[in-house]
Design a binder for this molecule. Structure first.
Ligand code: NDP
Ligand code: 2IT
Length: 444
């Protein structure tokens, strides 16, 4: 059996019942085959892959809090510190009832390579809880966040591990967590990113993941003889990533015709009204039915279905495994040119293969959505130098980072005989730097 297959088998055996983690490891290891084949003896002797797939540590803790009725609730908190070969652990906190250790591990594993691709000095980590923020009062959210930080503070720090937002964690939650960290530690430091602008946040961090997704997609289209302007775009999700993906797509001259949430989806042939979407989701925290009620041109559909709409570019921005083989077939049948992942691992392995086999340009999440964490790293830099940069300055840096990521993954794919396969290119380009740093730092 080859080295890749041996390590994958070991991962499945040692981490049973963690299908998302298995999926992420499989996707990465399979595409690293060309570089691993060339270096197999050394990597085996150094147990490089065995070290890469085993987190530095996994922290799991109780999060008790009191709801508005006076009832004590108990959730489970997680932080997986996966790899700090190239910088302090960095990655978001997901608050969603589906969260379990396997999901946090898949996200933390992906984050290692994503963070490396940004070319900034950040290692890989992820955390979160099975807490469901939906329907909770502000006071309940604060109670949860403070209790979560009462335990998490022991393991994080501006030079150790710097968490940020993800599904269910936005500026409000980061604010409550930052306040509690400051109270417990008595230290004012950039321990979290995605902070509010009045206490160390970076301009353009809110927009960064969605904007970055479009900067990379635009560059990928351009380098393959297409242009984003005039294209029809389907977006899934209606959260932070989706909203700013819609906004930047429109600024670049495309028409976005869909968004979705976990209840249903919108088809708006006149183009998504981003101001209305923001009002519904960011201000009122309501469902997409409110968007449909306020806009004549919008059709609301219950359940799944965004990928059945005819589009040139598809941008999955909701959650893992939301774009299945049937969706990929529908997109190809409708003539899709490009799929770029705003979410983490939204496309199943089978669907990814189908898109690649059918000549669809495919930008994997660890490259396409890296703009969020890259701008988090820019927030860390600003915190360290106790300065804040203008929106334009951050946005310009973000754009350059995304263009560089595209070219780095494009070059890596070419170097290893897989031209145009950006899954191979992104994984190899991300891996090279981490592997080099791990080998240089010895057995640790
Ligand atoms: P938000 O919480 O702001 O929005 C998430 C959106 O996805 C909501 O519309 C939500 O619908 C929908 N969604 C979440 N879970 C599910 C589910 N199980 N089934 C169907 N729909 C679902 O999160 P973000 O926009 O921040 O994150 C979206 C994706 O982007 C995630 O995969 C995240 O890991 C990834 N990402 C985020 C970054 C960031 O900076 N925020 C950076 C890089 C990647 P509903 O409201 O109904 O739950
Ligand atoms: O998946 C991700 O890259 C994020 N949720 C953002 C992480 C960060 O540290 O900004």
């Amino acid at each position: 059996m080859g080295y890749v297959d041996e390590v994958f088998e070991m991962v499945v055996k040692k981490n049973p019942a963690e299908p998302e983690f298995h999926q992420a490891v499989k996707e990465v290891l399979e595409s690293l085959r060309p570089i691993i084949d060339q270096n197999e003896a050394r990597y085996r002797k150094e147990a490089l892959l065995e070290r890469l797939v085993e987190p530095d540590r996994q922290i799991k803790f109780r999060v008790p809090w009191v709801d508005d009725k006076g009832q004590v609730q108990v959730n489970t908190g997680y932080r997986v510190q996966f790899n700090n070969a190239i910088g302090p652990y960095k990655g978001g906190l997901r608050l969603h009832p589906s969260v379990n250790i396997g999901i946090i591990k898949f996200l933390g594993f992906e984050q290692i390579f994503k963070n490396s691709l940004t070319s900034l000095p950040i290692g890989g980590g992820k955390g979160g809880s099975d807490f469901d923020p939906k329907g909770k009062s502000d006071r309940e959210i604060m109670a949860f966040c403070q209790s979560f930080m009462n335990e998490l503070y022991k393991y994080i720090g501006a030079d150790v591990d710097v968490p940020a937002g993800d599904i269910g964690t936005g500026a409000r939650e980061i604010g409550y967590m930052f306040g509690q960290y400051k109270k417990i530690r008595g230290v004012y430091e950039g321990v979290l990113t995605g902070k509010g602008l009045s206490y160390g946040g970076s301009l353009a961090r809110t927009e960064a993941t969605g904007y970055g997704l479009l900067y990379l997609t635009d560059e990928m289209l351009r380098c393959n003889g297409h242009a984003l302007a005039g294209k029809t775009v389907a977006v899934s999700g209606a959260g932070n990533v989706a909203i700013y993906a819609c906004q930047k797509a429109q600024q670049l001259g495309a028409k976005v015709v869909t968004v979705s949430d976990s209840n249903g989806w919108i088809y708006d042939p006149e183009g998504i009204d981003v101001a209305l979407l923001k009002e519904v989701k960011e201000v009122k925290r309501e469902r997409l039915t409110s968007y449909a009620a306020a806009r004549k041109s919008a059709e609301y559909h219950e359940g799944k279905g965004v990928w059945s709409v005819k589009c040139d570019v598809a941008l999955p921005c909701a959650t893992q495994n939301e774009l299945t083989i049937d969706d990929a077939k529908a997109l190809v049948a409708n003539g899709v040119i490009a799929v770029a992942e705003g979410a983490n691992m939204p496309t199943t392995l089978e669907a990814t293969q189908y898109l690649l086999d059918n000549g669809v340009l495919f930008a994997p999440g660890k490259a396409a959505n890296a703009g969020g964490v890259a701008t988090s790293a820019l927030e860390m830099s600003q915190n360290s130098e106790r300065l804040s940069w203008s929106f334009e300055e951050v946005d310009q840096k973000l754009k350059q980072i995304m263009v560089n990521i595209f070219h780095n993954m494009d070059d890596a794919a070419k170097r290893y005989g897989a031209e145009g396969n950006y899954v191979v290119g992104a994984n190899i380009a991300g891996f090279e730097k981490v592997a080099d740093a791990m080998l240089a730092q010895g057995v640790c």
